[in-house]
Design a binder for this molecule. Structure first.
Ligand code: GLY
Length: 255
């Protein structure tokens, strides 16, 4: 089966995105839309068939589609995002995935954002963050464990989501920033530590062809990943970074 990536275009209301610190100058929808088009092209050049869910101008954060659904083996969990303003983003994404997979829904009081979900081989890690609670972790486990996947709940450190400070280079190698979580969670994995003050520098995306997509403003990460023998592609997603979003936030990848 071809690798597929779901994306969602940048809404007219993008400047109203949830952000820990109000962006100054304000976010630009035009700049974000240009960057998004190049991001989509990078996914396509990296081997993904891209499926676009229609943009929703009334949902400022809806380009951060990863938070709305997680693919767990042969099933999909439509999430219940931790930030109330983001909950109406879910239904169209669940609808787009529903033609391919059985879709399960997260029920209140559970909350989970896809940015807190990481799968490496048969191991699933779920960040316990401000956006994902214990009931959300249990919702993942209820789908993952019957499929033979192990599930580990990970207390998240000083980042928004678990993957705001780490990501997988392959099924055994992790790019990790110390702000993300305790390193010992990943004992047994090959850990590449990302230096510096910005944990988002550890958020990269595995392309379908095995190369690694790195944010253009994290050149040190690009060098670190290349030194490990991975092919590296860079793309400018700086406008999304100002809205607390990383590379992985902008797509749902199905490999
Ligand atoms: N702006 C992305 C988020 O806070 O979910």
């Amino acid at each position: 089966m071809a690798a597929v990536a779901l994306v969602r275009g940048v809404p007219a209301s993008f400047a109203e995105c949830v952000a820990a610190t109000p962006p100054d100058p304000p976010l630009s929808q035009e700049v974000a839309a240009e960057q998004h088009a190049r991001y989509v092209a990078a996914l396509e050049q990296g081997g993904y068939d891209v499926v676009a869910v229609p943009a929703d101008d009334d949902r400022p954060d809806s380009s951060f589609i990863e938070d709305t659904a997680v693919v767990i083996g042969a099933r999909v969990l439509a999430t219940r995002p931790g930030h109330p303003s983001r909950r109406d983003e879910v239904a169209p994404v669940a609808g787009a995935l529903g033609g391919r997979y059985p879709v399960h829904r997260v029920r209140a009081p559970a909350m989970i954002d896809g940015g807190d979900f990481l799968k490496m081989g048969s191991s699933v890690f779920v960040g316990r963050s401000d956006r994902t609670n214990d009931e959300g972790v249990s919702a993942v486990a209820a789908i993952a464990e019957p499929q033979g996947l192990s599930v580990t709940s990970v207390p998240v450190g000083r980042v928004l989501h678990l993957k705001s400070g780490l990501s997988a280079l392959d099924d055994s190698t992790l790019l990790w920033h110390p702000n993300a979580c305790d390193r010992s969670v990943f004992d047994g994995f090959d850990i590449v530590e990302v230096p510096g003050v910005d944990p988002e520098a550890a958020n990269v995306l595995r392309l379908a062809d095995g190369r690694i997509l790195v944010a253009e403003h994290h050149q040190e990460t690009a060098s670190l990943v290349a030194a490990r023998g991975f092919g590296v592609v860079t793309v400018d997603v700086s406008e999304f970074a100002r809205a607390d979003g990383g590379l992985t936030c902008l797509s749902i990848r199905i490999r």
